[in-house]
Design a protein around this ligand. Structure first.
Ligand SMILES: [Zn+2]
Length: 134
């Protein structure tokens, strides 16, 4: 029997939704002045990472992905899907909980799932379209 050398068992969960179509329409960014992102971490361990605040200015490439605060974790919090409705002006704010999907090298040799949970708040500040600016 022939066995393919590329047959590697991959138990990793693929939660990647590849949606076709345009990434983000640039016109939609024009009315958003900036986006504030706040992350508060709720670790079950004794050490809880400090809360983070981010401000993104959509005319620049906005990328809502924040690395896990644990230095030994390879995960990140991907809020692109959450933030995109705000950029589309359909919602001024969003909040919820997201969990880190990375893994940490806790005891040196074995990698363990991080599962760090973070409560997030995203607020979009829209540009005022009325009145001339001095
Ligand atoms: Zn993590």
């Amino acid at each position: 029997m022939l066995r393919s050398p590329t047959a590697t068992p991959s138990p990793t969960t693929h939660r990647h939704s590849t949606r076709p179509g345009p990434k983000i329409r640039r016109l939609d960014f024009l009315s958003v002045e900036h986006i504030r992102v706040e992350l508060r971490f709720a670790a079950s361990a004794s050490s809880v990472p400090a809360a983070q605040r981010h401000a993104l200015y959509p005319p620049a490439p906005a990328y809502f992905e924040f690395a896990c605060p644990f230095g030994d974790c390879d995960g990140a919090f991907d809020l692109n899907g959450v933030a995109s409705p705000l950029l589309m002006n359909s919602n001024p704010q969003a909040n919820g909980t997201i969990q880190c999907s990375g893994s940490r090298t806790c005891s040196g040799m074995t990698r363990q799932p991080c599962n760090l949970r973070a409560d997030y708040w995203i607020t979009a500040q829209y540009q005022a379209s009325s009145g001339p600016k001095g």
